[in-house]
Design a protein around this ligand. Structure first.
Ligand code: UDP
Length: 361
């Protein structure tokens, strides 16, 4: 069986690492995987570092498509992926998550009658202003296999009238968290180099367009982080887009009270997450990692796709509102018992088993 996997953005490299490892370690004779990197994330520390650290084979194709408007980027990817699919003639097209690379891959394949398998199917924020929500809904609609991480994701698909191809397999990010936990524990000197004490700092990330594109939202978030930093050191590994928009919006002075770093390599990030007293984020992946590692999380959005983290009391939605963020920071954590809504750490195996069982048409 031949699979073309399309990835392009940081969280997709991490998710693909889990599934690609299963293919290489257990199904090398049965499955040929051709990895296509669209180029959406291209900086060394947003891309290359993940391939090196997570043992992902170098992509067979790098399309070098980054930047521009959503339409321009997605359109260029669509054209380039179609050419790859023409040449490779795979049995399956495999995509992850909700980026423009996900949608372009799915759409190119669907038009060529190549079945699409979507990992992280069924997640919804119910906010159509998010580009990710548009990408998810359209990708799910053209997918033949929909790999859902949670029960809520299955319900969302059924509510949209999708009744075929749905498999609840668990979350591949949980596979990753378990697989790399020990390696992260042995990982270097991240805390010392930043002058941090375990349990005595907050870790923050911010990159969602709804927060970064609006100067008022970005200013509220940075002001909240600065206010917290008067009390507790706040580390902010800065996404390149956010860094650029902070400069464009004239908000650079808000960074003075924070410990700002470049985007971190994955294992360094995991070390910082595990030892943080609190995580503040608008990232989907970081919300869940906070939950996996039992760290309280404030999500700087008004909704989340990962509702289980909120239901369990580990995650609180605080929007992009300085007063709400700071009030939640000061409030005691009301976490309930930690359930295991994200599977057993074997989602990647389940995905490959289902793909092998599924007849290729
Ligand atoms: N991450 C990382 N370095 C960083 C920030 C995040 O390795 O400086 C990892 C993080 O641990 C998680 C993933 O990137 O596994 C989340 O990606 P991102 O926040 O870009 O996307 P989202 O999950 O919101 O789609």
């Amino acid at each position: 069986m031949k699979i073309v996997t399309v990835v392009g953005a940081r969280p997709q490299f991490i998710k693909a690492a889990a599934v690609s490892r299963v293919i290489r370690n257990h199904y090398a004779s049965a499955i040929e995987e051709v990895l296509v990197h669209t180029g959406q994330h291209f900086d060394h520390n947003m891309s290359r570092v993940f391939f090196d650290e997570l043992d992902i084979p170098p992509p067979a194709y790098n399309l070098g498509i980054a930047g521009g408007s959503h339409g321009l980027m997605t359109g260029r990817m669509l054209e380039a992926i179609e050419q790859v699919l023409e040449r490779e003639k795979p049995d399956w097209l495999l995509v992850y998550g909700d980026t423009n690379s996900t949608l372009a891959g799915a759409l190119a394949a669907a038009k060529m009658h190549i079945p699409v398998a979507h990992v992280e199917a069924g997640l919804r924020s119910f906010n159509m202003r998010m580009p990710e929500e548009v990408n998810r809904i359209l990708t799910d609609r053209v997918s033949a296999l929909l790999f859902c991480p949670t029960r809520a994701a299955v319900h969302n698909l059924v509510a949209e009238g999708i009744t075929y191809g749905i498999h609840k397999v668990g979350d591949v990010m949980y596979d990753v968290a378990l697989h790399f936990a020990d390696r992260a524990k042995r990982q270097g000197t991240m805390l010392e180099s930043l002058g941090l004490t375990p349990g005595a700092y907050a870790l923050a990330t911010c990159h969602r367009a709804e927060n970064t594109d609006d100067p008022a939202c970005l200013s509220e978030i940075l002001s909240a982080l600065s206010e917290i930093a008067a009390d507790l050191p706040v580390v902010l590994p800065l996404h390149p887009r956010t860094r650029r928009l902070i400069a464009d919006h004239g908000l650079s002075r808000h960074l003075e009270a924070l410990i700002v770093t470049e985007p971190l390599a994955f294992l360094d990030m995991v070390v910082l997450e595990k030892d943080a007293r609190l995580i503040l984020t608008d990232s989907g992946g970081v919300q869940k990692e906070a939950f996996f590692y039992g760290v309280p999380c404030l999500t700087m959005r008004n909704e989340t796709e990962w509702v289980e983290t909120v239901d369990s009391g580990w995650n609180t939605l605080v929007g992009a509102d300085q007063a709400r963020i700071v009030a939640a920071y000061r409030a005691p954590v009301t976490a309930k018992v930690r359930s295991a809504p994200y599977g057993d750490g074997r989602a990647s195996e389940a995905i490959i088993s289902v793909m092998l069982e599924h007849p290729v048409v």
